[in-house]
Ligand binder design. Sequence first.
Ligand code: MIC
Ligand code: SF4
Length: 643
Amino acid sequence: MGYTIAQKIIKNHLVCGEMVKGEEIGLRIDQTLTQDATGTMAYLQFEAMGIDRVKTELSVAYIDHNTLQAGFENADDHRYIQTVAKKHGLRFSRPGNGICHQVHLERFAVPGKTLIGSDSHTPTAGGIGMLAMGAGGLDVAVAMGGGTYYITMPKMIKINLVGKLSSYVGAKDVILEVLRMLSVKGGVGAIVEYGGEGVKTLSVPQRATITNMGAELGATTSIFPADEVTKAFLKAECREQDFTPVYADEDAVYDEEYTVDLSKLQPLAACPHSPDNVKPVAELVGTKINQVCIGSCTNSSMLDMLTVAAMLKGKTVHPDVSLSISPGSKQVYNMLAECGALADLIAAGARILECACGPCIGMGFSPQSAGVSLRTFNRNFLARSGTKDAQVYLVSPETAAASAVTGVFTDPTTLGKAPKIKLPKKFMINDNLVELPASVEDADKVVVERGPNIKPIPVGQAPAEDLICKLILKVGDNITTDHIMPAGAKILPYRSNVPKLSEFCFTVCDKDFPERAKAEGGGVILGGVNYGQGSSREHAALVPLYLGVKAVVAKSFARIHVANLINFGIVPMTLENPDDYDKISQDDEIEIKGFASAVAGADQAILVVKKTGVEVPLKLSLTARQREMLLAGGCLNYTKLQK
Ligand code: MIC
Ligand code: SF4
């Protein structure tokens, strides 16, 4: 029996475990990346491990998220990351160099290698044939130190692409179609591989748009083969030497297979407030819009920008619309300036933002009250834009540009033939914003600079034998990390200040949660299916830990979040019978007898609701390694015990 692309890369990097679906496996990690919103924590944890120099082939620290510097906090964190990177052997991508995933794809990603990043959209590099996964900062810190990265061996999903995209239909429409088919839970526990004749019609940045948003499927990662198109991309980046062909075997076996006919696709939009709430743009045509944002790690490549520039050339953005454009990287920005397309964007009235995440994470450009915002981004979770009652739609750059001009939702395919975009054969190579680390000899001389915003990281405790507490919060299905630990320009500067951050925990769902959690001295949270989907931010575990959360009970969990909970000593448990969800109410006094013993070795525990006496069976699906980690009160304590 042959192997799939992902199975081949896993096989070449397997440190422990067996490649049996559902079993825990350990992988050797070749490259890591961090960004600044998760990076500060990752490096504090790396420092706590006491390892002098990173042991990976390549580790890069990017600054791209917290770039609005309304106070000293973000700038201090940038300086911390810059100095810590220099000291410990990492490359440092300076602010202004671009969004981590776009820059990594251009300059560092290598087919056939493994990458983990403290950002859930790390699978963008799957567009080049790399096995790239999002992880918590602590897992990235461990990998930087040469440690193993653990995942559950995923099932394999294949998406066969046939045909060719028609005029004004983009790669974004492909992934929106996949999200429509599979939903935000469809990829949980799976790797999504793309194959079929249609693959060769897509450029690497188009493939990267698709693998990027595989994160929204809940997939472990998504991957394309590395073929002649990949080779041409690497050649344009002057990195031909990094090319290795990566293909699935002819007789590879997949658990599920789907087909997407590219030629039949039409422009699509993910409607508020979920990336899988997908409708044809044709059904939304005429809806008045207030804002358009083009950019983010999903759609900010040269191809995307040139398409938008060609569509806006000689036109004016509608007077009722505010249009922002953030190129994905300095390379893209610089090339746009050089070829004159930037002038077309400026002339049309676009507000050009720096090449960074920007509005995608609520770093400025929040829509007006109840505003309708069309964004080429990947997430439209409630309140993520910074405006709670905004209606955010996720669309392709083609739909975004067409609508920016008309002021209403517009189907670009009604505009006739799309302009022909010619990409340069050679891209502009200038890595002057990537700072190299100090040499081994000079590392001692580098002083790590820490600003006053950096506060100690909370450390977990061993679980009590009997857990007696309150159910301090009950939430529904598909709770995102943006619900648990909101981001945005006001909150993100506190990513290295957990006490301050805790004032915002879960406030999107319940503004009193932080106060109540503190007053009760912590307790347990109850969630529905896919609890913790979205970001890799470990703050969604660290902050609840700080507020005294001991366990989260849910119908099911998202992959990165459950790993983060365990890393910080919060016990994840699932309801044996999902219907029992209705038997527990917020504020109920609850008891789990033999909680610590269950964590140590049982697959089940019984939660008793004190006032009704109802018994709710809970499942603990934990590996031996995870049990030991939880008993130690989290990964940092566990790592110390191992020394
Ligand atoms: C996001 O898109 O939600 C983020 C901001 O990039 C996060 C990381 C973070 O919260 O810092 C992610 O996707 O992991
Ligand atoms: Fe940045 Fe948005 Fe991409 Fe997250 S999804 S890495 S915030 S551009």
